[in-house]
Design a protein around this ligand. Sequence first.
Ligand SMILES: [Zn+2]
Length: 325
Amino acid sequence: MARDWATLPKVELHLHLEGAAPPEFIRALAAEKGLNLGHIFAADGSYDWADFSEFLAVYEVATSVLQTPEDYTRLSEAVLRARAAEGVIYTEIFLAPQLCAADGSAWADVFAAIREGAARVPGIEARFIPIAVRHMGPDDALRVARIVADTPGASGFGLAGDERQYDVDAFAPAFALAREAGLGLTAHAGEICGPESVRATLDALSPARIGHGIAAARDPALMARLAEEGVVLEVCPGSNIALALCGSWAEHPVAALDRAGVGVTLSTDDPPYFHTSLAQEYAALNEAFGWSRKTFTRLNRLAMRAAFCDDATRTRMLERLGESA
Ligand SMILES: [Zn+2]
């Protein structure tokens, strides 16, 4: 089923680098280093977790294997190869500078290593969006924004992590600095919290895109505002369902958001953790809503127009996506 969708050219804007690490990659790297990861894998080899706190715990153990710039080069190559194999032609990947230099290497070296891994994979363009981790606080976010503003090759700046922590206004200085540096802005909101979290984020940070934002579907005035302001949502249906934020594919608000004129795009967030892939998401959405190749191409073109890249890349990718009509 998912196989049928693997050949359609796709754009993915919301993917966490460590969260996209294939379990077999993590297992192999742990074996090389002689690290015992305990019981984070199920009998079928996939990541094994039952609820949100276990998901976070397994994620932390798995990513503890990534210690050197070379590990990150290999990770980013493995992640990009998996995306390219399912038809992704352009992707934007989140990574947290605070969490990815375990051996004490300079962030600039780790970031260069990640870009080097991505450049090894043909047929797919990758851009990287360093993020501040919300629950690490606004001071830390400002520090990260400063680092990112000075990082050649960073395409955007984002806010991820636990959206229940801290008033979003506290992150305004970090976003102002990143905006000043010309970075594309995106913030996770309206995933676990309600529509008020999306509204507060728009007011405080004015991001071009919102990570998830699905709670907006419960508030018609907010959907009208998102449509009017052209703020694009990075929707990750399989992630929402795996985390029990939505009961089923048929109940997922992505179709209602799209009907209301909100710009929606499709991504997988942390695909191996949620036992999903972008091709599988397309298959499930096709089944739930009857979405056709034409619908997906329309959404992919919308995603490409919302991408944090230069115009030449955008034009080239839009050509590869073809027409939606
Ligand atoms: Zn995310």
